[in-house]
Design a protein around this ligand. Structure first.
Ligand code: FES
Length: 78
């Protein structure tokens, strides 16, 4: 398995409305932290996740979190 591209060494904190979202796992998307189709041709697939209630979340942009799509602090050790 190849390594993902580190889009940023910090999470993106954003408020999301209820709905389904696709987190970029490859790190190549220009629409971080969301998928824009740039994973095509790589080993990566986006991670779908559901937000039930409007809430603020910290989404991983380093792509090395063990708890995708959420930041787990791993970016501090990269
Ligand atoms: S941004 Fe990836 S673990 Fe924090």
């Amino acid at each position: 398995m190849s390594q993902p591209t580190i889009a940023a060494k910090e999470p993106k904190v954003i408020e999301l409305e209820p709905g389904t979202y696709y987190w970029c796992a490859c790190g190549r998307s220009k629409n971080q932290p969301f998928c824009n189709g740039s994973h095509e041709g790589t080993d990566f697939e986006p991670v779908a996740f559901d937000i039930a209630e409007k809430q603020s979340v910290a989404l991983c942009q380093c792509k090395h979190t063990k708890n995708p799509p959420f930041c787990d602090g791993t970016h501090d050790s990269l």
